[in-house]
Design a binder for this molecule. Sequence first.
Ligand SMILES: CC(C)(COP(=O)(O)OP(=O)(O)OC[C@H]1O[C@@H](n2cnc3c(N)ncnc32)[C@H](O)[C@@H]1OP(=O)(O)O)[C@@H](O)C(=O)NCCC(=O)NCCSC(=O)CC(=O)O
Length: 397
Amino acid sequence: MGSAAAAAVGEIRRAQRADGPAAVLGIGTANPPTCMAQDDYPDYYFRVTNSEHLTDLKAKLTRICKKSGIKQRFMHLTEDLLAANPDFTDRTSASLDARVDIASAAVPELAASAAAKAIADWGRPTTEITHLIFSTYSGARAPSADRRLASLLGLSPTVSRTMLNLHGCYGGGRSLQLAKELAENNRGARVLVACSEITLIAFYGPKDGCPDNILGQALFGDGSGAVIVGADPVGPVERPLFEMAFASQTTIPGSEDDISMEINKGGMAYHISNKVPRLIGGSVERCLIDAFDALGVSAKWNDLFWAIHPGGRAILDHIEEVLGLDDGKLAASRHVLSEFGNMSGTTVIFVLDELRRRRVAMLESEAPEWGVVMAFGPGITIETMVLHTPAGSLEGN
Ligand SMILES: CC(C)(COP(=O)(O)OP(=O)(O)OC[C@H]1O[C@@H](n2cnc3c(N)ncnc32)[C@H](O)[C@@H]1OP(=O)(O)O)[C@@H](O)C(=O)NCCC(=O)NCCSC(=O)CC(=O)O
């Protein structure tokens, strides 16, 4: 290639890319209608699974629920749905087909409800969405939930879709990072991120010797979160809520067996070791130092705003301790954990939405300029994203 052609290709490439950083331009969330108080859950769970005789496990679930930092959770699976599918309580039954049938409809429908709110918050027509990233642990079919969501919303047939399956609790962080790459590398792109999780795929009765299931029964809830991401916002309609300044992914060496998920004939099984809070707590500071070094920004942890995936109360406690965070710095994460439980990949979007609400209530001078999103999942994988809030970004919210 001659130097003139190389220059022309370089010019084309520059013209194809955005000028500014990707930013969050709208956020929406949704939950199924059934809300379960955490204090009532052990009685409910052991009754509907006909397991009242497993008194030790019920006492264990009660202890975990009390220490979980969760007040309530939302669930798609109701008692009526369970009565229609009694084999869902038996982990050895071949119930995957029935679970996938229900999830294939419910997961994109919940996402459509969150996405409609994100699109309204963004303020431009649905047909101007150019890319869709969908993340769920319930996907087991193609065409998948991304295709169904595109139909439900009436997205353009030229929308470029990406499906993320089984990323678990880092699905939201991964989706946001991919959205940043797409928005910055495609001038004018408007990316819809949709995460949607319903626990029905992994609901079983209790079984002696299976404490993972008891932990999961205490933690996980259902919800969907959607975000519109784009660069070079077109005012006055588009307002950048959070600019995405930097993103990275890190895997904790030797931790591949500490969080795992697998689909089998009876649904999804998972394992969460009791080392998870310590492993994550021991790794986050290195990720943060590397991120801010790469940006050339000097950061004091207490001067940032925080959107940490609330995987469990002990994870937040460990992070707070290792980073020396003041009380209240993880308030948005603790609030979401309390009101909704751990909704896997979706949770971090709820935390971002909660942070946005809390920042609106602050004076501009009190609201930290820089912040961090962190999410964790199988791997153990840590997603880190540094956010920046442009001046005036909270006005009019
Ligand atoms: C479960 C807890 C609320 C319990 O609170 P405390 O630790 O303060 O209390 P504690 O030490 O007295 O423990 C109470 C009971 O919980 C049990 N327990 C603790 N961790 C457990 C685990 N990983 N598996 C099974 N049981 C567990 C203890 O053995 C104990 O049982 P007994 O009382 O019988 O002695 C907390 O440990 C916590 O938040 N853990 C983090 C949960 C986690 O790893 N979440 C990540 C989910 S995965 C995720 O977010 C990503 C993804 O899915 O992709």
